[in-house]
Design a protein around this ligand. Structure first.
Ligand SMILES: C[S@@+](CC[C@H](N)C(=O)[O-])C[C@H]1O[C@@H](n2cnc3c(N)ncnc32)[C@H](O)[C@@H]1O
Length: 250
C-alpha cells in the first residue's frame, strides 16, 4: 500500500494537467449522480479533489479519503471537502450507516482487496444509500500487453480483473448493482510517450520494463511490435472502464 501511496504522492502536483482519463471518466459519472440523495457523500480515493466542485452539487457534507498524504493535502487546499481522512478504502474510519452516497473513481483497481472495499461500502452506507464506482477492467492496456507478447516477452504492466468478477464482488457484499462499460483510447507518438502516460497518472509503480530486462534491444523489439497497432492518430492505449452504480437495499 505504501508504494502506491508514495507513487500517487509524487504525481499529486502535476496530476491535474495530465490525468485525462480520470477527468473524462469522472465527468461521465455525472448522469449516474443525478439520482443520488443529497446528504453526506464519501469520495473514496479522492486524489487531488479536482472533481469536488462537481460533487458538492450532490451533497451537503463531502467526506474525502485517500491513502496519499500529498493527494489529501491538494484536496484540502480546495476547501470543499468538509472531512478529510488519510486512510485506506479497505478500512474506512467512519461509523456504520453514516453515509448517503459513496463515490469512487478509478481507485478500486489499485486495491489488493476489492472485496473488502465493497464490504466497507456496504457497511458505511445507510439503507437505501447509493454508490457510483468506476474501475479498470480486463481489456485495458490491451495494445501494450500484446506488443510485449508479440516481442516475445511477458507484459510487465498490471492485468485487470474480468467485469463479471468485479460485479460479483459488489453483489456478494450485499449491494444492488447496475453496470456499464466504456472504452477510452489515447494516442501517442511513440512508446516512450506511452511510458510517460503511466508515470503521469501516478501509476509508475507498475513496472514498464520487465524485471531484470534492460537495454535498448528489448525496447526496440517492443516498439517494433507496437507499430502494427498505429493509427493515423498515433499509437493507441486503450482503457476499459467499468461503471458500477446502485444501492444498499433497505
Ligand atoms: C487514479 S487516482 C484517482 C483519483 C480521483 N478519484 C480522480 O478520479 O481523479 C487513484 C487515487 O486512489 C488512491 N488510492 C489508491 N489505493 C487506495 C486505497 N487502497 N485506499 C484509498 N485510496 C487509494 C491514490 O492515492 C490516488 O489518489
Amino acid at each position: 500500500m505504501s508504494s502506491i501511496a508514495s507513487s500517487f504522492g509524487k504525481a499529486a502536483q502535476r496530476y491535474e494537467q495530465s490525468a485525462r482519463l480520470q477527468r473524462e471518466v469522472a465527468l461521465d459519472t455525472l448522469p449516474m449522480l443525478k439520482d443520488v440523495p443529497v446528504g453526506t457523500l464519501l469520495d473514496l480515493g479522492c486524489g487531488p479533489g479536482w472533481f469536488h466542485s462537481h460533487l458538492s452539487t450532490w451533497c451537503n457534507e463531502l467526506w474525502a479519503l485517500d491513502i496519499s498524504p500529498q493527494m489529501l493535502a491538494k484536496t484540502q487546499s480546495q476547501q470543499i471537502a468538509t472531512r478529510l481522512m488519510l486512510a485506506s478504502a479497505e478500512q474506512i474510519p467512519v461509523a456504520a450507516e453514516s453515509v448517503d452516497v459513496v463515490f469512487s473513481s478509478l481507485m478500486l483497481q489499485w486495491s489488493s482487496e476489492p472485496e473488502q472495499v465493497f464490504r466497507e461500502v456496504y457497511r458505511v452506507l445507510k439503507p437505501g444509500g447509493k454508490f457510483v464506482i468506476t474501475t479498470l477492467v480486463n481489456g485495458s492496456l490491451d495494445e501494450f500487453h500484446r506488443a510485449w507478447q508479440h516481442a516475445g516477452y511477458q507484459s510487465p504492466a498490471l492485468q485487470f480483473p474480468e467485469t463479471a468478477a468485479v460485479v460479483q464482488l459488489a453483489r456478494a457484499a450485499g449491494l444492488t448493482v447496475k453496470a456499464q462499460q466504456k472504452s477510452y483510447s489515447w494516442f501517442f507518438s511513440d512508446v516512450f510517450a506511452v511510458g510517460r502516460e503511466f508515470k503521469q497518472i501516478g501509476a509508475n509503480y507498475v513496472a514498464i520494463r520487465p524485471q531484470g530486462l534492460s537495454g535498448k534491444a528489448r525496447w526496440q523489439a517492443f516498439a517494433h511490435a507496437y507499430e502494427p497497432f498505429r493509427t493515423a492518430a498515433g499509437l493507441p492505449l486503450t482503457y476499459q472502464v467499468l461503471f458500477l452504480f446502485g444501492e444498499k437495499p433497505r
